[in-house]
Design a protein around this ligand. Structure first.
Ligand code: SF4
Ligand code: SF4
Length: 300
């Protein structure tokens, strides 16, 4: 069983459009792999908007902890407010409380409180779901805004997808990873067999792509690159291609700008399902064939 993760150096490059199209192509009769899909972009989960999932199970995700002060035992000594580096302890007329948004869960106040009146309370940070989608089983999640630990939730979503794949003998886990290079990206990339980086030919395209390539290289994950909207800024596309050539990284596809992609999102469909003969769909189909070949070669 292989794990393919789709990443991008920043948001808005079309990563999810590519992931959704791959999910659709994987559901066709002639598919080379039977796949489980994981939406690991838990801070902005939008793969579900185009895969039409029906939730079959829903679980709470317990993230970090937050300090809570018992007012009955508090002597209003003020130590907790002094030690809190996040200004999360609020004081009003000798009543000490904790601001749930500002609290980082570091527990410094717990250790310093002379009356042992502060406790760390675990918080629900979000939910994760197993769904049936039009294009196969989907694991996805929602993190409550301002909650931390999205890396932990990404790992959980991936683990669940992997478990189902192993139990029911799927060949592939397709992961729509988070954009950027933070902790959730590390969680998404670790353990992957192959990463497809979706780059865009903007002024910062090479820089954004380079950052995420460094992350995949760190985890020894083979990486391929595709360039989305490759025709809107040819100089940017050339810069990405030149960079990849120098680094020995294959550019396996160039997707042209195509209004069908936006239309398909509005319709809630992968572009390949919405308009199979549109320029972007045809380019994604070619890209998919390249990716399939690399996965199959790695199996030999
Ligand atoms: S350190 Fe403890 S006793 Fe002192 S103000 Fe804070 S909660 Fe109250
Ligand atoms: S747990 Fe840390 S951040 Fe939260 S109130 Fe205590 S010292 Fe401040």
């Amino acid at each position: 069983m292989k794990q393919l993760v789709i990443l991008s150096g920043k948001g808005g490059t079309g990563k999810t459009s590519v992931a959704a199209a791959f999910a659709h192509l994987l559901s066709l009769k002639n598919t080379p792999f039977k796949a489980v899909i994981a939406d690991a972009d838990v801070d902005a989960a939008n793969l579900e908007l185009v895969l039409s999932p029906s939730v079959i199970s829903r679980e709470e995700f317990w993230g970090g902890s937050m300090a809570e002060i018992d007012p009955d035992n508090c002597t209003a000594c003020g130590i907790c407010a002094e030690v809190c580096r996040f200004d999360a302890v609020l004081v009003k007329e000798d009543l000490y409380t904790v601001d749930p948004i500002a609290c980082d869960g570091c527990a410094a106040c717990v250790y310093q409180c002379p009356t042992e009146t502060i406790k760390m309370i675990e918080q629900i940070a979000g939910e994760w779901y197993q769904s049936d989608s039009l294009y196969g089983p989907l694991f996805h999640a929602n993190l409550i805004p301002a909650q931390e630990n999205s890396g932990k939730l990404v790992t959980l979503v991936k683990q669940q997808a992997r478990l189902l794949a192993l139990d029911e003998e799927y060949d592939l886990v397709l992961v729509d990873g988070p954009p950027g290079i933070g902790c959730p990206v590390i969680s998404a990339a670790s353990g992957a067999d192959l990463a497809l980086i979706v780059a865009e030919p903007t002024a910062s395209g090479v820089h954004d792509m380079h950052r995420v390539l460094k992350t995949t290289a760190h985890f020894d994950v083979e990486s391929l690159v595709c360039i989305n909207k490759a025709d809107i800024y040819p100089e940017g596309t050339e810069a990405i291609e030149e960079f990849c050539q120098n680094e020995g990284i294959r550019v396996v596809g160039k997707i042209p700008f195509d209004l069908a992609v936006t239309e398909s999102m509005v319709q809630g469909k992968p572009v390949t399902a919405y308009k199979a003969d549109s320029p972007a769909s045809l380019a994604i189909l070619e890209l998919w064939k390249e990716v399939v070949e690399v996965i199959q070669d790695s199996e030999e």
